[in-house]
Each structure stands twice: as structure tokens, then as C-alpha cells.
Design a protein around this ligand. Structure first.
Ligand code: NAP
Length: 553
């Protein structure tokens, strides 16, 4: 085999988050020359950036950790059932340091463009530090929610106090005491922030355009003895995650919704509401996701729980969603969110009634008047999944840009490849198994599959790989079909590609962002493709294509 001398790296991985960390581990273990380019100053992705008060898992911590290393499972002690951001970032650093991965990562390196060089069949990459790098295989581990979006409101720059998007919450401690704080947005992020800061600020004003269904997180500490029990159960835990649709320990109730009486359903919901994490969402009857009537009943139940926790009936009604049912968007988990609105120092401004007109030097002006603040927090969400791809100039064959190709809706093969973009892999791309599951469970499957595909490529001395158009169409049609049975298709959320602050992503059109078939079906499908010698992927043994794996530094 020959080696390719004009390559800087055999593989470049973009992103040092949860997926990038595991991906580089697998590549280094293969002995190939690979590096991670990370735009941030350090590793961690989501857990490096989201430092807002209240940021924590809503996956049980021990189901969120990597499963690939027994050493890590034995050594790491999760201290809370739903661990907070500082601890989660510590964990990712612990993993990276354990396997000496940091030496294979380059920070403050934002990839600006990645252009497929057709004559040499290599990727030419431009980095923000001015370097131009060349690699054969490009792996984009960009994360799902790494492109924050500010509201498209006039005057955001005029505000003279302090303001930031939750994703960019300052790294240094922010003293909130006596501060007048405005929070824009009531998504999963805002719901964590509000629950956490309501009793720490002077005054808190929440600007809500559309309410979200919420349910209590029911967090608790994990004692050393409990952690020992968890360690003893790790095999069982990961087996359970592998057989559930969402990659959690929560298994759906397999009884038919209409097979049990309403009384029994309410008994189950009373129990699930008080259980930790997504139990009320994911251990529920499957019909709540697909059947309007079943969904209406669980929605009515949750609405009653909201009324029971919010003292002012008018505020309670405002906090109950009317435009979508419970669970058809990802359910934000909360700690004290609803009770925050019972406090004297917290007020809810319904901007569906009195819209924000502009941000002023002193605060926010709605059609009803001015609100003055010391701090404005924009919890206004993300240009989800495709946004971080769109911010890199990625060009495949014939100069086609990925942004153009995906403008209406992404099209992919297994969520991990794109036709027309050879030698490109996305272990957690749109329509992959990672996007709608407990993320680490999804990315381990994605990274393992991508790595094994590369091993196949090298073992068989093949040149390049590219998903065929037919395979891509088949997969994308399958993804679209899955949406047709889900009530989710009717909701405006990042699962349907909605973001009111991004051109072309506003309400009114569905973008098919996630795979809804569940973990077991996804894993069986990608395994089948591999078993059939990667059916749906075209490989080449072009003479121009060097096939040797360049040895590590
Ligand atoms: P989000 O769910 O998209 O919520 C954004 C919020 O901002 C919505 O309430 C939205 O209102 C509002 N908004 C956006 N633009 C606005 C504007 N111009 N004017 C007024 N309001 C505006 O974003 P997110 O809360 O950051 O959550 C995104 C995802 O992150 C979640 O679904 C979840 O997957 C993930 N997340 C996970 C965790 C965790 O694991 N623990 C925690 C937080 C977030 P509309 O609804 O009216 O558009």
C-alpha cells in the first residue's frame, strides 16, 4: 500500500464535544493520523458552552456517560441523578485525559470551509487561524444544538446593561443579587434558568411567546452506595437503553391506551409524574405520540397538574400550551419552574398578546409598555442540527454546497452520509439515530458504525466512499414517512426544523430533521447495511486514490 504524502491528516474530525471525543479515541486506536479541530477554547461542546444556572442533564447521569470503557464506568462517580454542567464538563475532561486525547485536539480552530477537491479526491479545509489543511476523510461531529440564535428584534445591540444568549452565559460567576433580569423564551433552557434563578435575583420578568408543556425532573443525589449498585448494573442498564426507542432506561407502557380504563391511566400518570426524569413522557402509552384523542387526555391531565401548582389561575392558563399536545415536542424537565410564578418578584409577560416591539437602551418595549433591566437573557434557542453545518462552507462534487442541498430539508443516507459529498461522515447528522435519542447512546452507535466503515475501506484497499443517490432517497423517504404517523409533525419545534429567527425555517413547513424509528430499528438498519458490504455506498479504487492509512505521528 502507498501512503499519501500531501495529506496533513488522514482524518479530520470537526468538533470536540461528546461525539468528537469518542470519534478521535476510535481513530487513534486504529493507528491513523487524525486530529480534532474545535472552534472553542477547550473540549466539551454543549457542556463547555452552556454555563447558565440550572444547566443539567435530563437523562439519568449514568445513562448519559460513555459505555465503551469499563475503566471509566468503574472509576467515575456520578453525584446526582441528573448531573449539572460543571460536573458534566469535568466528566468529559476526565475521559479525554484518561486516554490522552487532548494531544490530538486543536482548539480555537474554527473550520471556515471544507471543499472536496475532485481531481485528488481529498478535502481542502480552511481554518480560522489561517491554515489550510488537507485530509482524505472529513468527520463532522458538530453537535445538534451548537448554533445559538438571537431573536430578530430591533435594538438588541442598543441595550446598555448586560445581555447574552444562554449558550454564551459568561464563564465567570455572575452576581444576580438585586438584579432586574429579563428572560426571553420559555423553551427547555429558559425553564431550567428560571427555576434556578427566581429566588436569587431582585426581579425576574419572563417573556413568553408560546408556553411549553413541562414536567418535574425529580432530581436527587447519588450516594456512594447507590453508585456501587449502578456500577453493578451497568450491563443491564445499557442493554435496556439499547432496546428502548429513546435510548433511555424508560420503556414505553406496552399496554394499549384503550385497553385500560381511564382510572388506571390516571393512576399510572400520578405515579409517573413523581418519578425521575422523562418517565412521564417515555414510560407512557405509545398512543400519546400518534393518536389525537389519547394525546388530548394526557394533555388535559398535565394541564390539571399545572393548575395545581400555579396559584394565580390566570397565570396558570397562560402557562398551559394550547397549540400542541403534551409530548409532541421534547418535554422540558423542570425544578421549581411553575412555582417560580408564585413568587412576588417574578412576572410573566405574554408576548403573544403584547408583542415585543424592540429592545431599548434600558430594557424591552412591548406593545403594552417598557420593562427596564440590568440583565437580559436570551433563551431563544438554536438553528438546530443543520445550522452548524450551514455555518461552514461545505462543498461537494460540482461545487454543490451542503447548505443549498439542505435548504428545504436535509437529505441523507442513514443520517451519516450525503450523496455528492464523498468521504464525509456525520456520526450525529440530521436524520441519524443520535438526533432524537439519549445523545451519547446515539453517538456511540454512530461513531462505531463510521469507524467500522473506515476499517472496511482500509482493509479492502478502497479509495473513496459516497452514498448513492438512490440510497439517500430511500432513507430520506423512510424518515419522512416516519413523521407522517407522529403528532410531532404538527408542532413547531426544532424536531420539525422550526426557528422563527432563521430565514426559511419559520413556521409553516416541516424540515425532516430527526429519525423517529427508535434506537433498535436504527441500529438494526445500519448493521444490516454493514453486513451487506455497505449496500448503498459506492466505493472506488481509483488509481489516483492512495489507499494507505498514514501512520500516527
Ligand atoms: P427552544 O426550545 O427552541 O426555545 C426557544 C424559546 O425562545 C421558545 O420559547 C421560543 O418561542 C422563544 N423565542 C425564540 N425567538 C423568539 C423571539 N424572537 N421572540 C420571543 N421569543 C422567542 O430552545 P431551548 O430552550 O434552548 O431548547 C432547545 C433544545 O435544547 C431542547 O429542546 C433540548 O433538546 C435541548 N436542551 C436540553 C437540556 C437538557 O438536556 N437538560 C436543557 C436545555 C435544552 P416560540 O416557541 O414561540 O418560538
Amino acid at each position: 500500500m502507498r501512503s499519501e504524502t500531501n495529506l496533513d491528516y488522514e482524518v479530520v474530525v470537526v468538533g470536540a464535544g461528546v461525539a468528537g471525543i469518542y470519534q478521535i479515541k476510535r481513530l487513534i486506536d486504529m493507528g491513523i493520523k487524525a486530529t480534532v479541530l474545535e472552534a472553542d477554547a477547550d473540549l466539551g461542546g454543549t457542556w463547555y458552552n452552556n454555563r447558565y444556572p440550572g444547566a443539567r442533564f435530563d437523562s439519568e447521569s449514568y445513562t448519559y456517560g460513555y459505555s465503551f470503557s469499563k475503566e471509566i464506568l468503574d472509576e467515575w462517580h456520578w453525584k446526582e441523578m441528573f448531573s449539572g454542567q460543571p460536573e458534566n464538563l469535568k466528566y468529559l475532561n476526565f475521559v479525554a485525559d484518561k486516554f490522552n486525547l487532548r494531544q490530538h485536539m486543536q482548539f480555537n480552530c474554527r473550520v471556515q470551509s471544507a471543499i472536496f477537491n475532485e481531481s485528488e479526491e481529498l478535502w481542502d479545509i480552511k481554518v480560522s487561524d489561517g491554515r489550510e489543511l488537507r485530509c482524505r476523510v472529513l468527520i463532522l461531529a458538530l453537535g445538534l444544538l451548537s448554533q445559538p440564535t438571537m431573536p430578530r428584534v430591533e435594538g438588541v445591540e442598543d441595550f446598555q446593561g448586560r445581555s447574552w444568549h444562554t449558550y454564551n452565559w459568561p464563564h465567570e460567576q455572575v452576581d444576580l443579587r438585586d438584579q432586574r433580569v429579563g428572560v426571553v423564551g420559555t423553551g427547555a433552557t429558559a425553564i431550567q434558568v428560571i427555576g434556578e434563578i427566581a429566588d436569587k435575583v431582585g426581579e425576574l420578568t419572563v417573556f413568553q411567546r408560546r408556553p411549553n408543556w413541562v414536567a418535574p425532573l425529580n432530581n436527587s443525589e447519588i450516594s456512594p452506595a447507590q453508585m456501587d449498585e449502578i456500577r453493578a448494573r451497568y450491563d443491564e442498564i445499557f442493554e435496556t437503553c439499547a432496546r428502548t426507542p429513546g435510548g433511555f432506561e424508560h420503556e414505553p407502557d406496552r399496554r394499549g391506551f384503550y385497553e385500560v380504563s381511564q382510572e388506571e391511566r390516571y393512576e399510572l400518570w400520578d405515579q409517573l409524574y413523581d418519578e425521575p426524569g422523562f418517565a412521564i413522557w417515555l414510560r407512557n402509552f405509545r398512543e400519546i405520540f400518534t393518536d389525537e384523542e389519547a394525546n388530548a387526555e394526557i394533555s388535559a391531565y398535565i394541564a390539571e397538574r399545572i393548575r395545581g401548582r400555579v396559584e394565580d389561575p390566570e397565570v396558570a392558563e397562560k402557562l398551559i400550551p394550547k397549540d400542541h399536545g403534551f409530548g409532541v415536542q421534547r418535554v422540558p424537565m423542570e425544578t421549581g419552574y411553575l412555582e417560580a410564578f408564585n413568587r412576588e418578584n417574578v412576572q410573566l409577560v405574554d408576548i403573544s398578546e403584547t408583542p415585543i416591539e424592540r429592545v431599548t437602551e434600558t430594557g424591552i418595549r412591548t406593545s403594552d409598555g417598557d420593562y427596564d433591566f440590568d440583565i437580559i437573557v436570551y433563551a431563544t434557542g438554536f438553528d438546530a442540527i443543520t445550522g452548524s453545518f450551514d455555518h461552514i462552507d461545505i462543498r461537494g462534487r460540482n461545487g454543490m454546497t451542503l447548505k443549498e442541498k439542505w435548504f428545504d430539508s436535509p437529505t441523507t443516507f442513514l443520517g451519516m452520509m450525503v450523496s455528492g459529498f464523498p468521504n464525509l461522515l456525520m456520526p450525529s447528522g440530521p436524520q441519524s439515530g443520535s438526533a432524537s435519542t439519549n445523545y451519547p447512546r446515539g453517538i456511540e452507535n454512530g461513531v462505531d458504525w463510521c469507524t467500522e466503515m473506515l476499517e472496511y475501506l482500509y482493509d479492502n484497499e478502497l479509495g473513496y466512499f459516497e452514498a448513492t443517490e438512490e440510497a439517500e432517497s430511500r432513507w430520506t423517504e423512510h424518515v419522512v414517512k416516519m413523521y407522517s404517523v407522529m403528532l410531532m409533525r404538527k408542532a413547531q419545534s426544532w424536531f420539525t426544523g422550526y426557528n422563527s429567527n432563521v430565514d426559511g425555517h419559520e413556521a409553516g413547513k416541516v424540515r425532516y430533521m430527526v429519525y423517529n424509528g427508535g434506537t433498535p430499528k436504527y441500529v438494526a438498519t445500519i448493521a444490516d447495511v454493514a453486513d451487506k458490504d455497505y449496500e448503498g455506498i459506492r466505493f472506488s479504487n481509483d488509481a489516483h486514490m492512495p489507499v494507505e492509512v498514514v501512520t500516527a505521528d
